[in-house]
Ligand binder design. Structure first.
Ligand code: GUN
Ligand code: ZN
Length: 429
């Protein structure tokens, strides 16, 4: 049995503070987390835990805050090296920057190199679980899962399927998408901490036949998640209308092919019609908000009040998103909220980046909370990581006032330690 006691401020959420209220968030100003064999065994007052476990090794994080590791619910790891590409909107951006970069992943060595680089950037930013798109190449899925497995991370991905409106070297077929996805799912799903996600990129790059084939695969493997993009940009929605003239709306292009369900993750979901919101809510599907992407590519302002009706996760959407940091992502979510007239509370921002995303990924019984029985994926946050942040948090009179400057101005310098299944992870220099 391996035990380790870590001390610091601790923030524990019982659930979504938007629904349950702030009283359900517990703050231990001198708290502790007892880790046993990669799991959280106990949480509480630091001195009491220390007295109860006198022979357990201790790491004292001082006044840093121990939080669940961040959960990034929608990313594209193959876009790591082309993040922050200038001057395009969605469809041009895909054709100009994204597809040429994704074509490089037919080289397994390149895929392995980027997968490792990407996961190290994530843990340096306090992110311990990610749901990523891979590329069309099965080897890009193998590379990602192998890199996550080597790091003992809880991670999810799937082969990105496209059989039209993409370059020749990035197209599969309805049949090969089904066959390759099925083989990868059988190989990886449920191995260690890994999960396979059935991944049609979005309706414009799949024929109805391919969407149906992937809908069938999902029906055959209902325990898997399915991820795709929905209603990100106005031009994209008009294109979907041309490509699927019989569809009632964008969501219907998925619904008609067996791709709407409780385990569906719909990225962006900015410009939804009332029928789409009703259907998504009825089935209990999850929306994934990608705020830095939505401002960077100029897509629009997500409506966070949808979280009253259905699960909403938070995500970087690297490299349409402009950051690997979930702190930066929370800041962008706050700014988008302000532009829509709603100031999101720091508790809600932190919840979306942890337990909220875990709920969207159907992992809320395993990760996303600092509570006994959960996996010890943790991040430790300094509230004074730069002079600008330190001088502001020094004035704080509440934990929320102390943490908000780090949410708004923090980056990887604020992450003083990340724990993956209880093991401290060395940050990228
Ligand atoms: N829609 C289809 N593919 C993508 C992608 O790679 N990034 C973003 N932001 N939107 C998409
Ligand atoms: Zn995306």
């Amino acid at each position: 049995m391996q035990e380790h006691l870590i001390l610091g401020q601790v923030l524990c959420f019982d659930g979504d503070p938007r629904k349950l209220g702030l009283d359900t968030v517990h703050h231990e100003s001198a708290g502790g987390v007892l880790i046993r064999d990669g799991m959280i065994a106990d949480v509480g007052d630091g001195a009491a835990l220390r007295a109860a476990h006198p022979s357990v090794p201790v790491t004292d994080h001082g006044s840093d805050v121990i939080l669940p590791g961040f959960v990034d619910a929608h990313t594209h790891y193959p876009q790591t090296a082309m993040i922050a590409s200038w001057g395009k909107r969605l469809i041009d951006w895909l054709n100009t920057y994204t597809f040429p970069e994704e074509a490089r992943f037919d080289d397994p060595a390149y895929a392995a190199d980027i997968a490792g680089r990407y996961l190290d950037l994530l843990t340096a930013n306090g992110t311990t679980t990610v749901a990523s798109y891979a590329t069309i190449h099965p080897a890009s899925v193998d590379a990602f899962f192998a890199a996550a497995q080597a790091r003992n991370m809880r991670a999810l991905t799937g082969k990105t399927c496209m059989d039209r409106n993409a370059p020749d070297n990035l197209r599969d077929t309805a049949q090969s998408a089904y066959d390759d996805s099925r083989a990868l799912l059988q190989k990886w799903h449920g191995q260690d901490r890994l999960g396979y996600i059935i991944t049609p990129r979005f309706s414009p790059t799949s024929t109805p036949e391919q969407l149906s084939a992937l809908g069938l695969l999902w029906a055959e493997h209902p325990d898997c998640l399915m991820q795709t993009h929905l209603s990100e940009q106005v031009d994209e929605i008009a294109w979907v209308r041309d490509l699927f003239p019989d569809a009632r709306d964008y969501l219907d292009t998925y619904e008609a092919h067996g791709l709407l369900g409780a385990k569906g993750l719909y990225g962006h979901a900015i410009h939804l019609k009332p029928r789409e919101i009703s259907r998504l809510s009825e089935v209990g599907a999850a929306l994934i908000h990608c705020p830095t992407s939505n401002t960077f590519i100029g897509s629009g302002l997500f409506d966070m009040s949808l979280a009253d009706k259905l699960p909403v996760g938070l995500a970087t959407d690297t490299g349409g998103g402009s950051s690997f940091s979930m702190l930066r992502t929370m800041a962008a979510a706050y700014e988008i909220g302000q532009l829509r007239g709603e100031a999101l509370h720091p508790a809600e921002l932190l919840w979306r980046a942890t337990g909220g995303s875990a709920e969207a990924l159907h992992l809320s019984d395993k990760i996303g909370r600092v509570a006994p029985g959960f996996e010890a994926d943790l991040c430790v946050l300094s509230l004074s990581s730069t002079p600008a942040i330190a001088q502001r948090s020094a004035r704080a009179t509440t934990i929320w006032e102390a943490i908000f400057p780090t949410i708004m101005m923090g980056d990887d310098r604020a992450i003083t330690q990340t724990y993956v299944a209880g093991t401290p992870v060395t940050s990228v220099p």
